[in-house]
Design a binder for this molecule. Structure first.
Ligand code: GCV
Length: 658
């Protein structure tokens, strides 16, 4: 096992310097599994650079000891970190714990070796911490190679075939270092070429699995529900048909013969044109269970997405509400899914907007395993051209209590956390160098949902920028730019939770009415009197009734509804007064002026970081900030002008509106 070192690719949060504290010490590693071998290789690699030594003999004096104890009481991925006889000790519950323990020591650096290190038990809150790649093998004519990818091409495929996978090993290393343990390699919209990854191109998946295995990451595959027809030559894909079930069983057996630790399938069915069980008069439990049964003998799971809605609705029809769809389809099926069928629910009821309420499905399926799906790729949050640190949003989602202050949180209810990946073959991995922080923070929050986003940012900064200059200054600048960047983005884009207002198709930049008269179900209903979607039980679509109390009441009432979600739940006049005393129209003007100003301030702050980061990185971020400032102004002026023209209401501060 060699540690991948890539030239021309930014090391992200694992630069060699991150291993300085370990690399200069005497380390003992005990264990004889592939992951223990990885830990040994990591330590040896660090020692080669910094002069330390790696040992496998218990008799000796060490600075760091990493050992296994299945009785440690922390589960197979957990570990206890403590000081013992003058050594920093990681006692892991299983081989994966050894690896995660090593990276915890890396994260702490010198402080891991202080005599006052308190004993701490660590184990992941969520058992699967997964990334969904929306990568295509071929370059799709509309969506490109990575659907909603903003960081170049796929790291797995190029020009229709597999690429050199050295980078995939390095990717696995980065993911393990932030706690991620599963990756689905291909787009949930499974086109003809990618569908064959299940059968005659399975070797390509196996090769990826080989690269990721040393870092404890299992590979999953998005499959097309109609595969028995398209690949198997059957006349039907009916999930209750014996021939179909036998086809999936045989196919799955072959998958496991090739990749014994294969994770399972991901399915987008009856969604945005993808085939599904509805074509056969079956429901989504029938569909998911068929695949779950095929996977069960091998310990695999199916992630079945709840993103099911009518994308061909008539905009004139005010009774159909896309927000309701996932609950309407899935909540009645609670209790019918197999134990290895996981219903994967987007964090909000619509589609990864900068502000949405938490999906009510999460509270509606107590007898179903649930994965919550986040979008790390910034489809609707600036497309990795804008700085938008999303951890504060995710922290709110994970900490939300659907049953009120004394109830459980979303993180308590979910068994897994999944995110759409933001990585491509870009030298910085994520297009925008600062978007690396989102990937890092996602993994860490999936491990420990209670972590503070500002602390996570601090961790990421410390690891990623081992600065020679004044580390305090860089830290300060990055916090100033990034801590509040999600709220800044929210300020200059669609207001008060109403969502969208983006250019249809690519979803970048403002287009207030872009989706207003389309079949996609994403409307704002602005007219001369007011704006917003009435989702109340009293007069609207009834969506508020999908929440348990207290939220069903809170959201129902325009007076109680949190301001930031007002237009998601209510259609209100422009003069409606918010909790802070401003009217809706004045809030729109104020936030858009403020947001654009804040974007400009971010750019000014970044200038002060020149000298603290490599010059190419500084230049890249500066260029992107120029675009962010331009785009934020455009948003400001289009949104303000649109609402000024609709409402005729003057800005109380007399600022320029066009
Ligand atoms: C991969 C949104 C995106 C689509 C994406 C879809 C999904 O609609 O725009 O690109 O499809 O979500 O999550 O399946």
């Amino acid at each position: 096992m060699t540690i991948p070192e890539l030239s021309g690719v930014h090391p992200a949060w694992l630069p060699p310097e991150a291993f300085r504290a370990i690399g200069s010490r005497r380390t003992l590693v005990l264990g004889d599994d592939v992951l223990a071998d990885t830990v040994r290789a990591e330590v040896a690699h660090a020692c080669a650079r910094y002069g330390g030594t790696l040992h496998d003999d218990r008799d000796g004096a060490y600075d760091l000891v990493l050992a296994l104890d299945s009785e440690a009481g922390v589960g197979p991925e957990g570990f206890v970190l403590s000081r013992h006889d003058g050594a920093t000790t990681v006692v892991a519950g299983g081989p994966a714990g050894l690896l995660y323990g090593l990276f915890e020591v890396v994260r702490r650096g010198e402080t891991a070796f202080g005599a006052d290190l308190p004993a701490e038990a660590h184990r992941p809150a969520l058992r699967r911490r997964m990334l969904d790649h929306w990568d295509n093998i071929d370059v799709h004519p509309v969506m490109g190679q990575v659907e909603r990818g903003y960081a170049g091409g796929s790291i797995f495929w190029r020009e229709g075939g597999p690429r050199d996978l050295t980078r995939v090993r390095a990717y696995g290393r980065l993911l393990a270092a932030c706690g991620i343990n599963a990756v689905a390699v291909n787009n949930v919209n499974v086109h003809a070429t990618e569908a064959r990854l299940l059968t005659d191109r399975l070797g390509e998946v196996a090769a990826i699995a080989d690269e990721l295995r040393p870092y404890g990451i299992r590979v999953h595959l998005s499959v097309n529900f109609a595969s028995p027809v398209a690949l198997g030559g059957l006349a039907t894909a009916d999930p209750l048909d014996d021939g179909v079930r036998a086809w999936w069983a045989r196919t799955t057996e072959r998958v496991y013969a090739t990749i014994p630790d294969f994770g399972g399938y991901v399915v987008k069915a009856d969604s945005e044109g993808q085939p599904g069980p509805f074509a056969y008069g079956r429901d989504h439990a029938d569909g998911a269970n068929m695949l779950a049964d095929a996977l069960a003998p091998f310990g695999g799971v199916v992630h079945w997405r709840a993103f099911v809605y009518d994308h061909r609705q008539d905009w004139r029809d005010r009774s159909t509400d896309r927000a309701r769809a996932a609950y309407d389809h899935f909540a009645p099926l609670d209790g019918r899914f197999r134990d290895n069928a996981i219903v994967q629910v987007k964090n909000g009821p619509i589609d990864f907007q900068v502000r949405e309420p938490v999906s009510p499905v999460i509270a509606a399926m107590p007898d179903t395993r649930l994965a919550v799906e986040l979008q790390v790729t910034q489809e609707y949050t600036g497309q990795q051209k804008h700085v938008c640190y999303l951890a504060p949003m995710w922290r709110e989602v994970l900490g939300f209590r659907p049953w009120g202050p004394d109830g459980r949180t979303v993180a308590d209810v979910a068994t897994e956390l999944v995110a759409v990946s933001n990585v491509g073959d870009d030298p910085y991995w994520t297009g925008h160098p600062l978007a690396q922080a989102n990937l890092y923070a996602f993994g860490r929050l999936a491990w420990a949902p209670g972590l503070d986003p500002a602390d996570l940012l601090d961790e990421w900064i410390g690891l990623t920028f081992p600065v020679a200059g004044d580390p305090g200054r860089l830290r300060r600048i990055l916090h100033e730019i990034m801590d509040g960047s999600w709220r800044t983005y929210e300020r200059y884009t669609a207001p008060l939770g109403v969502g969208f207002m983006v250019r249809p198709g690519h979803h970048y930049g403002p287009d207030v009415d872009g989706y207003e008269y389309t079949p996609w179900g994403t409307y704002h209903f602005a007219d001369r009197d007011g704006v917003g979607v009435d989702r109340t039980r009293a007069t609207g679509t009834g969506f508020t009734g999908q929440y348990p109390k207290p939220w069903s009441d809170v959201y129902e009432s325009p007076a109680k509804c949190p301001d930031e979600l007002l237009l998601f739940f209510h259609h209100v006049p422009y003069g409606h007064v918010l909790h802070d005393g401003t009217t809706v129209i004045q809030h729109i003007y104020d936030t858009h002026f403020a947001g654009a100003e804040q974007a400009a301030a971010m750019r000014d702050r970044w200038e002060k970081a020149a000298g603290d980061v490599p010059p190419e990185l500084h230049a890249r971020v500066r260029e992107l900030l120029d675009e962010q400032v331009r785009s934020a102004r455009e948003w400001r002026d289009q949104i303000n002008t649109y609402f000024f023209r609709k409402s005729g209401a003057a800005d109380a501060h007399g600022r320029r509106i066009y």
